[in-house]
Ligand binder design. Structure first.
Ligand code: G3P
Ligand code: MG
Length: 230
């Protein structure tokens, strides 16, 4: 099973920071997941929420602050909110990256950035996977990029995944640990799609999902499962 470092190794370092991604890579993950918004000065930045309140020392909306303003906030243990570009430079192809499109309007700049890294920095299509709960953004991304892998995120039942996965040429359906069940796993596999499950932090859940034939898990504690013959 593929073990994906959720927001890096966010159980052991401040989520979505360079320290968190470095830690996950040193633990041996083959893929990290991160969340992307666009800030007021146009850069793509890596942060989960639309506001910086929960994860940093400052307050306010990401979309209303410039990168310079965001950099003044402490994202934990002296870490800063990273630009997506900084994360790509740090990871430097040592792990694949699942980029979750969170904020409004990030499909277009994300597609442009991936093209830049493929054309100028030796990255390949296989190094990336795009996902989102916002299926409109996935459609928009696919119009601009017809090769990068896409995972369709659902927080509840994956209604309409068969049709949508055909439109998007998706490779996985990414569902919550709270809702996953053996029937859904069978149903998704029957459409030749993988099943990725978030967020799995307990060994008992991990073993249950392995029994179901789940293909990948997002975890805050990659070190727990990397030793489990995953
Ligand atoms: O992509 C899996 C997971 O990250 C989706 O939920 O809220 O943690 O971004 P969230
Ligand atoms: Mg996420």
């Amino acid at each position: 099973m593929l073990i994906i470092g959720h927001r890096g190794a966010s159980g052991k370092a401040p989520e979505n920071t360079l320290a968190s991604f470095e830690k996950a890579i040193r633990m041996g993950v083959k893929m990290v997941e991160l969340d992307v918004h666009q800030c007021a000065s146009g850069e793509l930045v890596v942060i989960h929420d639309e506001k910086i309140n929960r994860t940093t020392t400052e307050k306010g909306f990401v979309a209303e602050k410039t990168l310079e303003e965001l950099k003044r906030a402490d994202a934990g243990e002296g870490e800063k909110i990273p630009a997506l570009r900084e994360v790509l430079n740090l990871v430097n192809r040592r792990a694949k990256i699942n980029i979750e499109l969170k904020g409004a309007g990030v499909a277009v700049p994300t597609s442009a950035l991936l093209n830049e890294y493929r054309e100028n920095h030796g990255w390949t299509t296989e190094d990336f996977c795009i996902s989102s709960f916002d299926h409109q953004q996935l459609r928009q991304f696919r119009k601009l990029d017809n090769t990068t892998k896409i995972g369709i995120l659902y927080d509840r039942k994956p209604h309409g995944f068969v049709e949508l996965s055909q439109v998007l040429h998706a490779t996985s359906v990414n569902i919550s640990l709270r809702t996953v069940n053996p029937q859904w796993v069978k149903m998704i596999h029957a459409s030749s799609l993988e099943v990725w499950v978030y967020t799995v932090n307990k060994l008992s859940d991990f073993n249950r999902l392995k029994q179901m034939g789940v293909d990948a898990v997002f975890t805050n504690y990659p070190e727990k499962f990397l030793d489990e013959g995953a």
